[in-house]
Ligand binder design. Sequence first.
Ligand SMILES: Nc1ncnc2c1ncn2[C@@H]1O[C@H](COP(=O)(O)OP(=O)(O)OP(=O)(O)O)[C@@H](O)[C@H]1O
Ligand SMILES: [Mg+2]
Length: 510
Amino acid sequence: MRRTATTTEPPQQTTNRKGTILVIDDEEIMREILETLLTRDGYEVRVAANAAQGLELARNVPFDAVIVDMMMPGMDGISTLDELKKVDDDMPVMMITAFASVENAIAAMKRGAYDYITKPFKNDEVLVVLRNALAQRRLVAENRALRQNLQARSNRFGEIIGRSSRMRQVFDLIIQAAPSRTTMLINGESGTGKELVARSLHQNSTRADRAFVTVNSGNLPPDLLESNLFGHVKGAFTGAVYPKKGLFELADKGTIFFDEIGNIPLETQAKLLRVIQEREFMRLGGVETIKVDVRIIAATNVDLRRMMDEGKFREDLYYRLHVITVQLPALRERRDDVPLLVQHFLEKYGEENNKKTLEITPDALDLLMDYEWPGNVRELENVIERAVVLSTGPRIDVDLVPDHVRSSKRFQMPQFIVPPEGISFREVITDFEKRLIESTLEAAGGVQKRAAELLHIKPTTLNEMIKRHDIRPRRKRGMVPGSDRAEAAEVADLDDGPADQIGPTSFSNS
Ligand SMILES: Nc1ncnc2c1ncn2[C@@H]1O[C@H](COP(=O)(O)OP(=O)(O)OP(=O)(O)O)[C@@H](O)[C@H]1O
Ligand SMILES: [Mg+2]
């Protein structure tokens, strides 16, 4: 036999390929008949003389199908079926029944049996039923795998990019919190992806196929906001010619998302609280209570607790919202995600602009990694979109990185330690001012005009300060990015001249 010669193959391969079948029957003769029949047809067969034995086996061996006798002493076929379904709900179970009790077999099918066979049976009949059962099981398994795969690939987090540990915590929280109706608060600076997270919570919930309604409270006056939220009845106010459904009703069975909850005026906050607590409200001008089943998600980039302390945000509402909070990290707190995001946006805008193979140079990426990103992911997205649109070659280099991103090395305030005996405020400030100017001149390669730009002051002001602090030019530095030849020439001038000659005239030509 060729097969036995191939030692690398598992020995069970031939018999196992068709499937493993469990036969539970109290009659020995039936067990023998079925075992012989199925083995001859290529199945692997295990037999059990009663339900208890059979279930024990089923819990320990993965079977592809089970054949169960309806009439057994002790636990009968139907109860055995119930137990088998608990072990594996997809397991095809075939019942064997005497012709006289077909009705019982039909009852078994209603409870999830795959089919039944009446005694005495023809061998072919058993084999055909079994083959169909296994085919169906495979289909079910394949479908499930396909579904799971699809889900994994369609990315449960939509477009949320991030592999940093901070983002992984966010993903974990989304997965844990998404299925429930619990109110969620999403906290984070502007552009950190709060809306993306809100959508993802919705998409990963059982409400996914219902509405996701966004409330942009913006600067709406309370009346208008409330009529938006709760709707109004006909004649509720001048101009209310028709009754109108509010956003809460539109979001029924779905999710309602309050973008920037901090903007909701105090008087509306009270009404919102009631909806959160009771899941009911009235339309403006109405008398009828409307019940809704909505999940409430709120986002904010302000410190609600502080607003609460200042009396601008209701304490009870704050605590109602604060059940589960997702804290989104600022981009500068997860710099290791920058390359991934850059890649993502390169693909996105490359596609849009028909520049599909664009790459970013390491130098340009370094600049992006170093930047503080006050506008977070949104700002990064804009920077990449701009670079893609403006690019002419196959690579995005530093020249396509905006000036303000390029020139930003991180500024760090020194730590001040005040000694017990105290310190002269004037002296500290003077010293600090001098050092700041020196560092800025250094960063500007000695070019005063550039240094003044960096400090957001007028060149004349800087020049006065340079004189006042008696700052002498240092050794010549290399050219700074963005400086041109004229400025480089100016550096040379500065190096030679004494401080009091550094006047506005020395940068008039640059
Ligand atoms: N993790 C991320 N992965 C991919 N894109 C992101 C991510 N975070 C944010 N973005 C993108 O950045 C932009 C801003 O995101 P979003 O609107 O969700 O931020 P936000 O926190 O709601 O901002 P704001 O406070 O200004 O409303 C969107 O274009 C979004 O697609
Ligand atoms: Mg937003």
